[in-house]
Write a protein that binds this ligand. Structure first.
Ligand code: TRP
Length: 331
């Protein structure tokens, strides 16, 4: 049975936060433990679509993101950790797919419509932004995976991917690509981690808890986190649904139900919640920090070099199947 699974994240930031972990990375680690053949990619080309002016920064970020994958529990021996740009087949298949993808499919993608408006008009918007889902399709189909674990926001991209695969098969008369499944986390609380201020967790809001934060940084961030504004003292009733600390307790504390009840009833204060959360969260992050501490740039580059080699084995086989279906010379 095909147990291959591919996923990736854009290296637009140097650090992954607990929202990235809960939304995707955690399920990659779980699937690795269940025995799937995981291909964990750092999408540095994708980061260039919006950060082409900071190309060198994208490269630095890519290394840091790979470190976070390994720190979070992706074992580079069992799973393949690789960088998109190291496997040139991604660029090649992207080009071939760009020839068979109707423009209308791409213009309809909701993420494209949003991003486009941020770029400042047609003279500034790169061609690559429109092709973002085409490149993502190449990333996926190169590995002919059974499934792709991603956050819900990626669903439109995955849909186009299967459509492009089907179109390729039909155009060239061979079943090279079998549709893959979208593996979107069912647990919505885990998939939507709020930021420290209850807005969306995002670097630009400066409201993130990073996987690589130290114990003290984590404690300080939790201390300043948003809680029920009308809960001035312990005996005031809290509203856990609107309180960042309670939201995190739900994720990380085995006793969250009691904690929520007491918070609501005015039987516990925010200080106690914060103290208990700091302990739970630091307990979860501690093994990640330890693994990260062992990874310098040379160590992660060695992991990525090995990963690229293993990724290329599958990717080059797919390219031979693609060329052969097209009636093109196969190297
Ligand atoms: N678009 C994805 C994101 O923003 C990153 C990505 C690139 C990806 N290629 C992929 C995800 C292939 C899954 C499969 O997070």
């Amino acid at each position: 049975m095909n147990k291959r699974v591919l996923s990736g994240m854009r290296s637009s930031n140097p650090r992954l936060h607990i929202g990235n972990y809960e939304g995707a990375l955690r399920s990659w680690v779980d699937m690795q433990e269940e025995g799937y053949d995981m291909f964990c990619m750092v999408a540095d080309y994708h980061a260039l679509t919006t950060m082409y002016e900071d190309a060198a920064q994208v490269a630095v970020n890519a290394r840091e993101v790979a470190k976070d994958y390994v720190a979070a529990g992706i074992d580079p021996k069992r799973s393949v950790v690789f960088r998109q740009s190291d496997v040139t087949e991604h660029a090649e298949l992207h080009l071939l797919f760009s020839m068979i993808t109707p423009l209308g499919w791409l213009e309809r993608v909701p993420t494209y419509k949003e991003k486009k408006d941020d770029m400042g008009g047609a003279e500034r918007e790169p061609y690559g932004l429109l092709g973002y889902p085409v490149l993502q399709t190449a990333d996926i189909l190169l590995y002919r995976p059974m499934g792709v674990p991603v956050g819900r926001d990626q669903a439109p991209h995955l849909e186009i991917g299967n459509d492009i695969g089907t179109r390729f098969n039909r155009l060239y008369g061979q079943e090279v690509f079998t549709p893959y499944r979208y593996l979107i986390p069912k647990d919505e609380t885990r998939a939507k981690v709020p930021g420290l201020d209850m807005r969306k967790m995002s670097k630009s809001y400066d409201n993130c808890i990073y996987l690589s934060d130290t114990e003290d940084e984590t404690a300080a961030k939790i201390k300043s986190a948003f809680t029920t504004p009308t809960k001035m003292r312990k005996t005031d009733p809290g509203i856990p649904e609107g309180c960042a600390v309670c939201q995190y307790l739900k994720l990380y504390s085995p006793q969250w139900q009691t904690q929520w009840e007491e918070d609501r009833a005015g039987e516990r204060g925010c200080m106690q919640n914060k103290k208990e959360l700091t302990e739970c969260l630091n307990e979860m992050l501690r093994p990640m920090r330890e693994r990260r501490a062992e990874l310098d740039d040379a160590a992660i580059e060695a992991i990525l070099a090995d990963g690229a080699e293993r990724a290329r084995e599958v990717a080059s086989e797919t390219m031979r199947m693609v060329k052969s279906a097209m009636g093109w010379p196969v190297r």
